[in-house]
Ligand binder design. Structure first.
Ligand code: PGA
Length: 302
């Protein structure tokens, strides 16, 4: 019988997932030698090498791959057990892990304030990443809930729309099309566009909108954030399709205008998503309920 500890398995799982001792140490809030020691003790118990390090790169051996799968399942089961105990000890205690796409960062933190005030016993971790990275986390079952604009097709998920997510055409306030009514979409073919990085949901939607309308999309520049795009639009580098959620409460907004293009705003929704098989903890279910009933807290201002 091997003598392994939860700590050792956690350290191994983090190194295997992040492929880095230093990032694992950072995530676990311990020093790198502590992580190395945990892995060494685990290695001694298993009796086979688990990791190989070439330069700075960490690779898993075959035994390491097998252990990684086992660890991930086991830690997930353990996490559920801890959550059940927290639920039993007193409702509304424990941890809530949410991943949200970058474009939802304009409103998600706003709901967390009142939520934490109502349930001070709940610790929250909020990951803010683009759509592709969020889907990776969803596939690895890393969080309780996911917030995104375009839920993936073909995955075993449950999604629920909770708020409007209109897509608008943004231009600098002094652009020639500002103030014109019902601009034909074909006018946009003459314009340069600023687009989010590949992997972003906004980028995917922008490309789709142009494809569906059989119109050429001239991308002048890729930018890694909505903020950078808004600044670039304000600076006259081009137009952009963005979620109107990105415009809330932004003082720089006077430099930007929303164009009245035919068919726009494209009405879409924000969704809260979870894996179908995943049993929601009381905490996660409480949050989802809170989201449904407090949407007005982060609705765009009229
Ligand atoms: P993004 O996602 O922040 O990756 O662009 C937006 C969306 O899912 O609509």
């Amino acid at each position: 019988m091997m003598h392994v500890t939860l700590r050792q398995l956690q350290a191994f799982e983090a190194v295997a997932r992040l492929r880095s001792f230093s990032r694992a140490a950072e995530e676990m809030h311990v020093t790198q030698p502590t992580v190395s020691k945990q892995i060494r003790l685990l290695h001694e118990q298993v009796g086979l090498p688990l990791l190989e390090q070439l330069g700075k790169k960490v690779f898993l051996t075959e035994a390491g791959e097998k252990l990684h799968v086992t660890c991930a399942d086991w830690l997930d089961t353990w996490g559920r057990f801890e959550q059940t105990i927290a639920d039993l000890k007193g409702l509304k205690q424990g941890r809530l892990k949410i991943s949200t796409v970058t474009t939802a960062k304009y409103f998600m933190p706003r709901i967390l304030g009142p939520f934490c005030a109502e349930y001070p016993g709940i610790d929250i971790s909020l990951e803010v990443i683009n759509r592709t990275r969020l889907l990776e986390r969803l596939a690895r079952n890393e969080d309780d809930l996911y917030v995104m604009g375009v839920p993936p097709e073909g995955l075993d998920i449950e999604s629920e729309a909770f708020m409007d997510n209109p897509l608008v055409v943004l231009a600098p306030a002094n652009h020639r099309l500002v103030g014109r009514k019902s601009i034909p979409f074909s006018e946009l073919a003459k314009e340069n566009f600023l687009a989010r990085e590949r992997g972003s949901g906004t980028r995917m939607t922008t490309e789709r909108v142009f494809q569906d309308r059989k119109t050429e999309l001239r991308i002048k520049m890729d930018l890694g954030s909505n903020e950078a795009i808004k600044q670039a639009v304000a600076g006259g580098l081009g137009l952009a399709l963005l979620s109107s959620s990105t415009l809330n409460l932004d003082p720089a907004q006077t430099e930007l205008a929303i164009l009245d293009v035919e068919g726009f705003p494209i009405m879409r929704s924000w969704y809260v998503v979870r894996s179908k098989g995943k049993q929601l903890s009381v905490v996660a279910a409480t949050f989802q309920d809170f989201l449904r009933t407090h949407v007005q807290l982060f609705m765009p201002r009229p």
